[in-house]
Ligand binder design. Structure first.
Ligand SMILES: NC(=O)c1ccc[n+]([C@@H]2O[C@H](COP(=O)([O-])OP(=O)(O)OC[C@H]3O[C@@H](n4cnc5c(N)ncnc54)[C@H](OP(=O)(O)O)[C@@H]3O)[C@@H](O)[C@H]2O)c1
Length: 314
């Protein structure tokens, strides 16, 4: 089968298309013929060696953790799926495995039935970004109408899910986005949009109950300037040291720094699938064919993307 591997950390030039044997499944696994993979920033952070502590440094590495496809074969212990089912899911170990291949062997606990209303590219966009948005929502606590929430970096994959889920809770959302994203941020639920290419959100007078930074560029020290005296900073891109230190420092401040670490699960996928059935939109702004996987990553890594970018495999 065709797949993409890399033999050292680096930019997209380390990505190589190669032929590998089709994986052999275990009793609890299914073999999925992959139809689409969505791109997440974690793919290139791992490839660039920025997450070595968790990914390890063994090569070759595969890439792409979110996928959708059709079940080709089921293991002897798999009961809830059958050959021909359309599914979406996430690789077993998202720091070490990759789904950007013709076939992938996956534990049946890591896949869910694809709703017919979603394309493969849309379904492949759900697990990582969607689970992260659900995790952020769980950390906000109770949201009353008029709770002022700032979402910084609001129109990428994570923001797409988060804005729409927050809107359903009645929050008063200010989104910070690039110029292209201002209209879409409003469509997804923001009442106010700040274009970060024209305005510095940190110099604003407004203060927020919750600041969520999806850009990875704001940081708690900056966010504090625009937080109300009792407030939350939600951080899905912590430096490793911030995971323990934020817990300790929170004992001494009412401006809490909360780290978001999420994992797709049946619980959060069920919640997302319900929201999708109720109208949550999944926007895949560009789809590349498998033989342009390198170009797909170059495009996504350049930024300025609305929603998700996906790669389709025939
Ligand atoms: N902890 C977890 O469990 C978890 C799970 C999923 C994702 N994440 C992380 O969460 C982050 C967001 O994920 P994503 O999938 O939404 O990534 P994404 O699609 O790349 O979105 C990031 C957004 O931030 C914007 N941005 C860049 N510079 C900015 C600035 N100075 N001010 C305001 N916004 C700015 C980007 O705009 P431009 O494109 O115009 O630069 C983009 O819209 C990533 O770092 C990802 O790795 C963490």
């Amino acid at each position: 089968m065709k797949t993409i591997v890399y033999q050292k950390f680096g930019n997209t030039e380390v990505m190589q298309p190669v032929e590998e044997p089709t994986p052999v499944i275990k009793a609890n696994e299914v073999l999925v013929k992959v139809k689409a993979v969505s791109i997440n920033p974690m793919d290139w952070k791992i490839r660039k060696g920025e997450m070595k502590l968790m990914s390890g440094s063994a090569f070759p590495k595969h890439t792409g953790v979110d996928f959708a496809g059709i079940i080709e074969e089921t293991g002897s212990a798999v009961t809830h799926f059958k050959k021909g089912d359309e599914v979406f899911g996430v690789v077993k170990n998202n720091m070490k495995d990759g789904a950007l291949s013709e076939y992938v062997a996956i534990p049946s606990s890591n896949i869910w039935k694809k709703p017919a209303m979603l394309s493969y590219a849309q379904a492949a966009s759900v697990p990582i970004a969607g689970a992260a948005a659900v995790a952020a929502l769980e950390k906000t606590g109770k949201i009353a109408p008029g709770t002022d929430i700032l979402v910084n970096g609001a129109t990428g994959g994570f923001g797409m899910f988060l804005l729409q889920l927050l809107k359903d809770k009645g929050a008063n959302i200010t989104a910070v986005s690039n110029t292209k994203g201002t209209a879409v941020a409003k469509r997804w639920g923001a009442s106010t949009v700040i274009d970060f290419t024209r305005e510095n959100v940190l110099t604003q007078q407004k203060r927020y109950d919750i600041v969520i930074d999806l850009s990875g560029k704001m940081g708690y020290a900056n966010a504090k300037q625009i937080m109300k005296p009792v407030s939350l900073f939600l951080n899905p891109t912590p430096r490793p040291i911030e995971i323990p230190t934020s817990l300790f420092k929170n004992l001494f401040t009412a401006k809490k720094h909360i780290v978001i670490l999420s994992q797709p699960s049946s619980k959060n996928m069920t919640m997302l699938l319900n929201a999708i059935h109720e109208g949550l939109q999944i926007e895949v702004s560009r789809i590349f064919p498998f033989d342009q996987s390198v170009e797909a990553y170059q495009y996504a890594e350049a930024g300025g993307i609305i929603g998700k970018v996906a790669i389709e495999i025939n």
